[in-house]
Each structure stands twice: as structure tokens, then as C-alpha cells.
Design a protein around this ligand. Sequence first.
Ligand code: C2O
Length: 402
Amino acid sequence: MAPDSDELRVLRDAVRILKARPPGDPLGWAGLASAHAVACDTLDPGVQVHFGWWFLPWHRAELYVAEKWLQAAVNEPKLALPYWDWNRFPTIPANYLRSDNPLNDDTRERGPNDPIPPNLVDVSAVMTAATFAAFGGQRFPTNPSQPQRPGSLELRPHNNVHGWVGGNMGFFDTAGLDPLFYAHHANVDRLWDVWVRSDPGHVNPPDAEWLDREFEFRGPTGQPVRVAIREVLMTENLGYRYADPSHEVRLAGGGAGEGPVVVAGPVSTKRVALPPEVVEKVTGAAGKAPRDRARVAIRLGGVKLPSQPTTFNVFVNRPDANAETPPEGESFAGTFTLIPVGRGQHGKAGRSIDVALDISAAAPQLLRASPELAVRVVPVSLRQGKQPERITIDAIDVVVGQ
Ligand code: C2O
């Protein structure tokens, strides 16, 4: 959006109007943000929409409702939420900065010249996920003590950006207060659209349980608005279409002026030996087209959520990797961030999730060198002076599918 465009002016006006309403007004800015806090910061698995397959449709519905609020505030039905493509524009957009700007939020922990490190927003292994379960998350387990399985779009770039921006964005109960939240989520939403359009094999869940699920919001005048997942699958039904159907992959490494990554915290390494027939299956398919190759993923099972946003780099066969090891090359498996839920309610629920990192591209070469993979999980601090917390992981495995 050009800094002097009408699109930007109406967006800024709308946010200014909502922010100017009295603090306790349910139709003010904090009222809008509370929709997110209620659904995303809860420990109630029947309400929580992160960590699994509700994540993408709930947030699309939320953006739709937020857009309605903003349109109503300025009485401009053409107002549209912009997206922040963190791969093409790795710093926080200038339109969202400066203290006299309603789109600013001064709790952010990043300045105008801080680019987000490429490994945090690397979507190459995310956008090639073969199934919605891998990309967008799995069905919630019926047994609440079982770990939930978020998709890679949620766990990796989405969570990484929340944790990297920090401040209000670093926690689900406050994220919706930062106007950048809506631009961040519009890009996540766009990548869902790109994923579906980029391959006929990329399909949303056909399950009635998913399609029929309804989410409830409050509309711009406080009226209840119910949105079913099946209604949000075509963005055109919600009044928009993304102009740019592509995604750019910034390769990790080589980014001049990247923010500091500080060493700290415990590092765990687990050696996983794969049986010869599995090694054969993976290495034998090396020459085939990516979609015919075996999928190989590292699975971290039962990862307990921390009380602070915490970011991890995962390496394979780099036993010496530490928080200063550059996150690049074939031994680098990916970066993900854990965002806590239920601030202030700690101890009530030991929520845990499973993390899957796709290493299909590097796996044939790694396994040709050795049938044993040493998986190393390295907590990294995105900010100087903050030490990553100790996290428990129940199990580290390598999963070979297809
Ligand atoms: Cu409900 Cu980006 O979060």
C-alpha cells in the first residue's frame, strides 16, 4: 500500500476510530481483539482454535469479521485488510510504524531496520506439504491428554513471526491488539489459498465435522455472527481475492544485518537408527519427482508449551550445533516457535503438542551417508538477554510415510 493511498488512509482512520472508543466499550479496538483472546488463549480444547485443523478457517473467519468492523467504522465497504508478506518485505512495514500512527503498537520488540531472519519465514517445506494435516493441522484428539498436532504453516512461519515481533504479538491474549496481527494473518491466509491452488492434490479436509463447524463472533454492532467453515473455503464468498498467487522462498543464511541469536538453554540430541528397508525406500527414490518420493519428517512428540514464546532450530547430523550455528544447509531441518496459552493459568493444564518438520528434500542424501540420524533440538533466543526456557519433549522420532 502506497503511504499516500486511499486504501491506507481508510484503514488508518478505521483503526483510529475503534481505538478512540472508551476502553470498556465492547465495540472498541480491545473488543475486536478479545475475539482472538477468547478463542486462542483458552485452555478449553472445545474452544481453542490453535494447534490443529481449526486454525486456518477460524482465523479466516476472524479476518472477515474484523474487516466488517473496520468497514463499518468508516462506512466504507471497499476497505480491505492488507497482507504483510514477510518473505518479500522482511522488516515491519513502514505503514505500521511511527508513534502518531494508529497502526503502530509500541510494545513490539523490533525496530524499523530489523529484518526477520530468513529461517523463521522459510516456507519451502511448508508449501510442499502433501496433506492438509501436515500443512494446516490435524483433527483434535478425542482424548484430551493426547498431544495436538498443529500444521507446519501454523507452527513455523506463523508462530515464528508472532514470537519474533514480540510484545503484544508474542502472546495470544494480546496479539489482536497489534494492528500488524491482521496483516500477519492475512498473509497466513493467503498462503493457505496459494497452497490449495498450487496443486490439485492439495485439498482441504472433506470431513463433515470440519466443514460444518461453526464459529461465533460479534459483528460491528454487537450482533452475533456465525460463520461455518464451509462458507470460508472460497475467499470470493467473503469479498476478496488475493492478487498475488505466489510465494517467495528466501533462502536461509547470508542475510546481512540479521538480528542477534544468542546461545543459551539446554540442547538435546537423539540418535534415531532407521531400518535398512526404510533407508532403501528413501534413498532409492532420490531421482524421482518430489511428489513420488517418500516423505520423511522429524517428529517431536509431546512438547510441553512454555510460559514465554520460545523458538527452536532443529538440525540433523550436526552434533555440535548450538544456538549460533547458522540455520542453513542440508543438516538444518527448520525453525519453529512455541507460543504459550492461558497466561496466568499455569499449572492447570499441561498442554502438549506434536511438532513435525518435513526433511524429505535432504533425507536421501543424509541417509545415504548414514542410516542413523542424530536429531538435535536447539532452543534459540531471538532477543539478547532473554534466556530460552527449559522445555520437555517426550519423544524424538523420524517418521517415514508414503
Ligand atoms: Cu490465533 Cu496468529 O493467532
